[in-house]
Design a protein around this ligand. Structure first.
Ligand SMILES: C[S@@+](CC[C@H](N)C(=O)[O-])C[C@H]1O[C@@H](n2cnc3c(N)ncnc32)[C@H](O)[C@@H]1O
Length: 276
């Protein structure tokens, strides 16, 4: 692959990979991490009741949009911005019958709105992809009204560690270079506060996966995490297939030994209220 940016653009060209990961969380997730959008929505409602305008930066395929409508009803307007046309096509279809919803193509680092437009701006599971993280956060803060709330969900610094360790073993088994560090190394619950214009609150929620079969765990890794981190090797379909087969064997061994393959992780959110 030409670069990490090109690999990520390919990763998000449609919502197929993201949806595979969301489905894996729904079916095999453990702990409260599965419901992170419900939790961040409730936390926000405690500091700012009835937000009239909500902006979702890096909206993806509308995972958070669905929670906003189920928790806050049709009152707030919703604007979803993403740099992927494929994601926006999916989001637009979802909002066909919603006169208070809009989907826009754009970059988190240069938001196309005037200062003080929104009561709530969320940047969820996306800041680790952005080149200039501090700039994206300062843009989000700029378009936030006084008394408005900024939230940013992300992972801990070493997410899905047991899966990651097996991925590293597979790379060694096949004589590949070490995996590149996880995406969330760039912006995680431990280092993320430093990128905000003011000090945010941080809340961590333990979670992970419990697998009784190898196949869903391999499908999860094949949807992105391992491919993004195999670097050049991921360009070679045979090598990728061998890596996934080896991963499948490693996970099966673990399930034979322990009866289950448990994967630990944490996700959570930063929350910052702009002074009145
Ligand atoms: C992991 S997905 C998260 C989607 C959604 N926020 C969620 O939590 O389900 C990351 C999304 O961020 C988008 N993205 C990455 N960099 C971006 C940027 N600079 N500006 C806007 N969107 C971006 C990607 O296209 C992708 O849809």
């Amino acid at each position: 692959m030409a670069s990490r940016e090109a690999a990520e653009a390919a990763q998000y060209a449609t919502d197929k990979n993201l949806q595979t990961r969301i489905d894996t969380h729904c079916r095999y997730g453990i702990g409260h991490g599965r419901d992170i959008f419900g939790q961040v929505t409730q936390a926000m409602a405690q500091v700012r009741a009835h937000p009239e305008r909500i902006l979702d930066v890096g909206a993806g395929n509308g995972n958070w949009y669905r929670v906003i409508r189920s928790e806050l009803g049709s009152g707030p307007s919703y604007s979803g911005l993403d740099q992927s046309e494929g994601m926006l096509a999916r989001l637009s279809r979802m909002m066909e019958d919603d006169p208070r919803g809009e989907a826009l193509l754009g970059d988190a680092q240069a938001l196309p709105w005037q200062d003080a437009t929104f009561a709530w701006v969320g940047l969820h599971f996306m800041l680790y992809h952005v080149s200039d993280i501090a700039r994206a956060l300062s843009e989000a803060y700029r378009v936030l009204q006084s008394g408005g709330v900024l939230t940013a969900c992300t992972n801990d610094h070493h997410p899905y560690r047991e899966l990651w360790e097996l991925g590293e073993q597979v790379a060694r088994d096949l004589g590949l270079p070490d995996l590149a560090p996880p995406m969330s190394e760039r912006f995680n619950l431990a280092n993320g506060a430093a990128f905000f214009p003011e000090r945010p609150l941080v809340h961590s929620v333990p979670g992970g996966f419990r697998f009784h079969r190898a196949e869903p765990a391999v499908r999860y890794m094949a949807s992105g995490p391992i491919l993004l981190h195999l670097g050049k090797a991921a360009d070679d379909p045979d090598l990728t297939a061998r890596a996934l087969k080896r991963l499948d064997e490693r996970i099966r061994e673990r399930i034979m030994r322990d009866g289950v393959f448990e994967v630990h992780s944490a996700s959570g959110y930063f929350l910052l209220k702009k002074p009145e």
